[in-house]
Design a protein around this ligand. Structure first.
Ligand SMILES: NC(=O)c1ccc[n+]([C@@H]2O[C@H](COP(=O)([O-])OP(=O)(O)OC[C@H]3O[C@@H](n4cnc5c(N)ncnc54)[C@H](OP(=O)(O)O)[C@@H]3O)[C@@H](O)[C@H]2O)c1
Length: 212
């Protein structure tokens, strides 16, 4: 890995592993819908989901991001700015709906995708890029029988378990099955501008180069 790829690797992929392997295991052949799929967490989930054999539906806003997702392995891509999310998910999954939603974004977009969850499907709650988590309706959870699973990337207390996680992730990286999709590399002096732009981030991981 380059330094930039290495810098962007641990959090994104440890989170994706926690979501897709430990907390809401995704099985080969099942559908995985990833929100914010061109973002840091989302792009990692797209790649790990593909490595685990899922059919990946990437949701992103704008053409440069949807093209980015298609280039990096998503089976289906939906532009939430211009397309009807529910109609497109039905078109892709049929009456079944989607088996797992990976949600680092929150609020309305995530709430809309819940309408398309399969019976027995799941939502993995990762984050709240828009500022508010997905609004969950316990009656809907009850009637349509889907669990919502919180995912917080951390380290397992058992060092052997954690070593096995990193061994698997680094092996996938060595095979180039997963990689940090570096977006813009900023110099340290540009950090205030970079932070100011995080309300409308471009595709890929933003990286700051600290060393001179
Ligand atoms: N649970 C964990 O352990 C864990 C680990 C890492 C990160 N997180 C959380 O996950 C969330 C996303 O992190 P990330 O690193 O993936 O972020 P990111 O790379 O900036 O991606 C976030 C995506 O959210 C979408 N978005 C929509 N409205 C936005 C807004 N107002 N501001 C920013 N993004 C917006 C954008 O996608 P579109 O333009 O395509 O809609 C963007 O690509 C954060 O809340 C972070 O704290 C949680």
């Amino acid at each position: 890995m380059t330094d930039e790829e290495a810098g962007g690797f641990p959090i994104a992929f440890r989170t994706a592993y926690a979501g897709l392997v430990e907390r809401a295991p995704v099985e080969p052949g099942r559908s995985l819908l990833v929100l914010g799929a061109a973002g840091n967490s989302g792009a990692a989930a797209v790649q790990l989901g593909k490595a685990l054999g899922a059919t990946v539906i990437a949701v992103a806003g704008g053409r440069s991001k949807t093209e980015f997702c298609a280039r990096h392995g998503a089976d289906h891509v939906i532009d939430h700015r211009t397309e009807d999310l529910t109609a497109r998910v039905t078109e892709i999954t049929g009456e079944r709906g989607v088996d797992l939603i990976y949600d680092p974004v929150g609020r309305e977009t995530a709430a809309t995708t819940l309408k398309s969850i399969a019976r027995g499907g799941r939502i993995a709650v990762i984050g709240l890029a828009v500022g508010t988590t997905v609004p969950l309706d316990s009656v809907d959870i009850l009637l349509r029988t889907y669990p919502a699973v919180g995912v917080l990337a951390g380290h397992d207390k058992d060092p052997d378990v954690e070593a096995a996680v990193w061994s698997r992730l680094t092996r996938l990286a060595a095979e180039q099955t997963i990689t940090t999709l570096v977006g813009t590399v900023h110099s340290f002096i540009d950090v205030p501008d970079m932070i100011a732009g995080q309300g409308a981030p471009g595709p890929g991981k933003s990286v700051v180069r600290v060393a001179g």
